[in-house]
Design a protein around this ligand. Structure first.
Ligand code: SF4
Length: 468
């Protein structure tokens, strides 16, 4: 390889997966990954469009890269991802130093685009129907968990969301290719896979003869050497018995469901065009709780959607109490260009959003703390990531009941990992140290706000209990 590239990734897991695919293509074309932009021949910004801040970051970064271009006129600067798809050549008009622009649906054309770049600036954001003929040459980041995209795009057009505008309509990757990709990842040493899609549980619905999402989970559960299966994100309207019973039946599928509710008001959900009512949503939560009693539920909540009244907001607090989420991602609504909600009347003032945000945060902290403390004394299965870095160890001691583990029967390093319910677990070990990827049982000694602390094996003797 005689050329170097640096890629900056903004936003979600889907973008991280795209970065791994882009890296695979660049390696194939003779580019070697490089952490130092000053030594690179090509610098790519894989952008996000979900929030306004992500776009501001892109322009700040482009501003900084101008200096590099001045000292190295051969340097090529590229912008890809959702923001590139939406703005296209508009980015180059604002920042003429940009040489390459391509959209989320043009990644598979990268070899061709690189050839074009030799002749001058190259822009391609025209939506392209994915071929899915072969596996893309993906170059995964090191780790235990591999991202695997099972579908692209979204057909839902929720009123607040840019994704259907930037990632196009939904396309399901053929299940045979997904199996092939996961088997390859397992062969590289990955123990866990994280299935990605804007709406994973509508998988296969548009493709005659294709597996349903539940069917796909059952098929992937049979892959040898794979330890755990996770997925993100599920849409409540497509969450059904087929999917939940597959979660309950499949040994490798982790008992964690991320089910974004967004609002606890029927009127707000209607204006968001989410396609379900509060009662319908809660019936899915009940189904999950019935079938997977120890399951962990998380969600997304948008605060201050246009027209949200105090009463609507009270509905959101009620849903939080009923659903008992382990954790939620909270967002203050911000208008995104090109979406229906952008021009809606009755935008909620920022100070009201801030007040409601604090109320949600406070309630959720109470719920999360209670749920995590409820796990104390129990045993969780943890996939080991490795020894705890000092900072992470300190983090694990924050925000809980104020307790502090003072001494255990052996002086041992602390390890970190994830439970099947996706809790961060820091734990002491008695006996031999586990290796990354090992699955161990941990007795939970403390449930903190952001994770659990414990000891492995569960029968190890704790000499002193919590000092509070
Ligand atoms: S389901 Fe709604 S929120 Fe999710 S990606 Fe599609 S349009 Fe956006």
């Amino acid at each position: 390889m005689d050329k170097r590239f640096t890629i900056f990734t903004y936003g979600c897991q889907m973008n991280r997966y795209d970065t791994e695919t882009i890296t695979g293509y660049l390696n194939q074309e003779g580019y070697e990954s490089c952490d130092d932009p000053a030594r690179s021949d090509l610098i790519l910004l894989n952008t996000c469009s979900i929030r306004d801040k992500s776009e501001q970051k892109v322009f700040s970064q482009l501003g900084r890269l101008r200096k590099l271009k001045r000292s190295n006129p051969d340097l090529k600067i590229g912008v890809c991802g959702c923001f590139a798809t939406r703005e296209g050549e508009g980015i180059a008009r604002k920042q003429p130093d940009v040489d390459l622009i391509f959209g989320t649906q043009n990644i598979d054309k990268l070899p061709e685009l690189l050839k074009g770049l030799e002749g001058g600036p190259t822009y391609d954001v025209d939506p392209l129907e994915p071929e899915f003929a072969n596996l893309a040459p993906i170059r995964r980041n090191d780790g235990l968990s591999a991202y695997v995209s099972i579908a692209r795009g979204c057909d839902n057009f929720c009123a607040f969301c840019v994704v259907p505008h930037t990632r196009g309509p939904e396309w399901s990757k053929p299940s045979g290719l997904i199996v092939e990709e996961i088997e390859a990842a397992v062969g590289e040493g990955f123990r866990e896979i994280n299935l990605l899609g804007q709406n994973v549980n509508s998988y296969g619905k548009k493709v005659p003869g294709e597996l349903t999402f539940g069917g796909l989970l059952r098929r992937l559960d049979r892959i040898d050497g794979l330890e755990r299966i996770r997925f993100m994100t599920s849409h409540p309207q497509d969450c059904d018995k087929d999917m939940i019973s597959a979660m309950a039946d499949c040994e490798k599928v982790c008992e964690h469901l991320h089910l974004p509710v967004q609002s606890g008001s029927d009127e707000v959900l209607r204006r968001m065009e989410r396609g379900y009512t509060v009662d319908e949503y809660l019936s899915k939560v009940d189904l999950f709780r019935e079938q997977i009693p120890d399951g962990v539920l998380t969600s997304d909540v948008i605060i201050g959607f246009p027209g949200e009244t105090d009463e609507d907001f009270e509905g959101t607090l009620r849903v939080l109490k009923k659903s008992r989420y382990d954790n939620i991602y909270m967002f203050k609504y911000s208008p995104r260009p090109g979406t229906k909600a952008q021009s809606m009347a009755d935008q909620v003032p920022e100070e009201v959003k801030a007040e409601r945000f604090n109320a949600v945060q406070e309630l959720q902290r109470e719920i999360s703390g209670k749920l995590h403390r409820g796990l104390e004394g129990g045993v969780v299965e943890v996939m080991v990531e490795g020894p705890v870095a000092r900072k992470a160890s300190e983090d694990a001691n924050c925000g809980g009941s104020g307790g502090k583990l003072v001494q255990i029967s052996v002086v041992s390093p602390k390890f970190a990992g994830r439970s099947r319910g996706n809790h961060r677990v820091n734990f002491y070990v008695e006996g031999g140290n586990p290796r990354p990827g090992d699955v161990v049982e941990v007795k939970v000694l403390r449930g903190a706000l952001h994770g659990l602390e414990g000891i492995s094996p569960p029968g190890a003797v704790v000499m002193e209990e919590w000092a509070t």
